[in-house]
Design a protein around this ligand. Structure first.
Ligand code: SF4
Length: 177
């Protein structure tokens, strides 16, 4: 079966990359198991979109989780860069995934969603991911608002599974089909 190709949306750029748009089943399976991570610039966009400027902490506490972050190689050692991710429903799906399998925050979906699709070459996805993670690392190194929110969510027990655990659910789904 032919798979639909993602569209490029050059009206939204992040780190010089263009957004991609695809709602095929393979792409939306990520929404069901591995919601994409936020970069620091996503926080303000999400806050504005949700109209919660005065109550962002409360909104974030309901809609975001602290993830241990993906395993990365840094300075010759394997470590993690902790990331913020969308909260999940009981079935592990992203809290922003609608019943019709669309994204309820599509215009401002997080970097880890909006700039990736399942059709991308690994090299292209790795370049994007490295750039996004660098921005997160810079926030951690400067004790910025992203890391402060992560620490607050983590302290409140609002934690996401590791990306490896989440991806295992995605693999199981692929095997069953
Ligand atoms: S924020 Fe939207 S695109 Fe990202 S995982 Fe959730 S539903 Fe999918």
């Amino acid at each position: 079966m032919r798979r639909p190709l993602p569209l490029v949306d050059s009206t939204r750029l992040e780190f010089g990359f263009e957004r991609t748009v695809c709602a095929c089943e393979q792409c939306t399976n990520y929404c069901r198991h591995v919601p994409g991570y936020l970069v620091p610039s996503d926080l303000e966009r999400l806050c504005d979109y949700c109209g919660c400027a005065g109550a962002f902490d409360s909104w974030a506490n309901q809609h975001l989780l602290a993830s241990p972050g993906a395993l990365v190689m840094r300075k010759g050692a394997i470590g993690r860069i902790p990331t913020l991710v969308p909260a999940r429903r009981d079935n592990a799906a992203c809290i922003f995934l609608s019943a019709d399998s669309s994204c309820s925050i599509h215009p401002i979906a997080p970097f880890g969603c909006a700039f990736f699709d399942s059709h991308q070459e690994d090299d292209a996805a790795d370049r994007r991911s490295s750039r996004g993670l660098r921005a997160i690392l810079e926030d951690w190194q400067s004790a910025g608002p992203y890391s402060a929110l992560w620490l607050a969510l983590h302290a409140a027990g609002r934690n996401a599974p590791t990306p490896e655990t989440a991806r295992a659910g995605l693999s199981e789904l692929s095997k069953r089909r």
